[in-house]
Ligand binder design. Structure first.
Ligand code: FES
Length: 106
């Protein structure tokens, strides 16, 4: 089990227990996080699962590459810690991950 904390753009914190192998997007959707609509269902084709990873995530997550990096160029307000949550697979070393939802995604 991996604990993930989502911080919605209104400041609301949602703590979730994620299972290894789930995508971070799936965890957000299953937890009712506002702002992750995931319109393409995880195909790395919409950018509506955009998030900012902080805390433990910066240490353990590799930088995005390939299709994910290309798609991040098209999201609103990309930052150095931008990721597409559908492209992040939950692993035990992500325990403590903190994820901010961009203000543009309400
Ligand atoms: S759900 Fe569409 S890019 Fe992640």
């Amino acid at each position: 089990m991996t604990k993930v904390t989502f911080i919605e753009n209104n400041g609301n914190r949602i703590e979730a227990i994620a299972e290894v192998g789930q995508s971070l997007m799936q965890v957000a959707v299953n937890s009712g996080v506002s702002g992750i609509s995931a319109e393409c269902g995880g195909a790395c084709a919409c950018g509506t699962c955009h998030c900012y990873v902080v805390g433990n995530g910066l240490v353990t997550l590799p930088t995005p590459d390939g299709d994910e990096a290309d798609m991040i160029e098209f999201v609103i307000d990309p930052k150095a810690n931008s990721r597409l949550s559908c492209q992040i697979a939950i692993t035990p070393d992500l325990d403590g991950l903190i994820v901010h939802i961009p203000a543009s995604q309400t």
